[in-house]
Design a protein around this ligand. Sequence first.
Ligand SMILES: NC(=O)c1ccc[n+]([C@@H]2O[C@H](COP(=O)([O-])OP(=O)(O)OC[C@H]3O[C@@H](n4cnc5c(N)ncnc54)[C@H](OP(=O)(O)O)[C@@H]3O)[C@@H](O)[C@H]2O)c1
Length: 272
Amino acid sequence: MKIGFIGYGSMGSMIIKGLLGAKAVSMGDIIISTRTPHKLDELKRNYPQITIAENNVTLANKSNKIFLFVTTGQVRNVIEEIKDQLSPDTHIIHISAGLHMELLENIFSGKISRVIPSLTSEVGEGVSLICHNRKVTESEKEFVEDLFGNISSTKVISENDLEVGTDLTSCAPAFMAYMMMCFANAGAQKSNLTQAETEDMVIKTLYGTAKLLNEKEMSFEDVISRVATKGGITEEGIILLEKELPLLFHDLFETTLRKREKVLDDLKKQYI
Ligand SMILES: NC(=O)c1ccc[n+]([C@@H]2O[C@H](COP(=O)([O-])OP(=O)(O)OC[C@H]3O[C@@H](n4cnc5c(N)ncnc54)[C@H](OP(=O)(O)O)[C@@H]3O)[C@@H](O)[C@H]2O)c1
């Protein structure tokens, strides 16, 4: 049996190229299908031994591990389409935000893993969050965790914490990029520096700060106390941030949570 991947969009292409590039899967072992097949032309040129399935049914017929990288709204259609090819041994691994295990179990009673990838896997960094249902065996869990370990760190997490976890790892690149963009914008407005210059300064400083935290194992507090000396200028800035940011982040989680509840309500109409 081959390892099947359905959907070659933003996430699917990043994960598949990442896994092939890291030699985590060999090209002869994988089969791919996607709605617009010509999007696979370049991949096929670079990895000639991969199998391109003519449709999802053919793929499901040849795979017992099937990764679904389609949009959340398409997961049900795909499962319905390949239903006759699925066996108790089939392991479905999907990445769809908001699609709770319980909902998918209403239409597929077998082995399911949920993975929340992050755009940061594009550079082999960040965290992929993973949870499995009770039917997934230890070796199948290990397979999924090892696979995503090739393109990111992995964290197995309770489904109850997956929503906040998703904000912290998968939505976070957008949140962080937006915050840094505002920081650079304000710097450009308050100086003679161009936007391009302030952005470059902020990006390099962000990268350096991440390295300090990660490679030097400094904590957030360590970094703050090394820079914001008592009575100094940075400390004044930190005092302002202390006043404004905790509430803002509290509201951020509340806002995404409300949106998630709405997405879940819509999905319930499809799955229950
Ligand atoms: N973007 C993120 O940072 C992120 C993070 C975590 C999780 N996710 C989740 O990842 C999932 C995919 O997101 P994405 O951003 O990769 O979406 P995307 O770029 O729209 O990719 C979806 C892919 O699935 C294909 N597809 C759709 N319906 C199909 C079908 N019935 N059969 C075969 N292929 C089909 C699409 O084909 P076409 O090329 O024809 O459109 C496209 O290649 C979503 O559920 C999202 O919640 C995204």
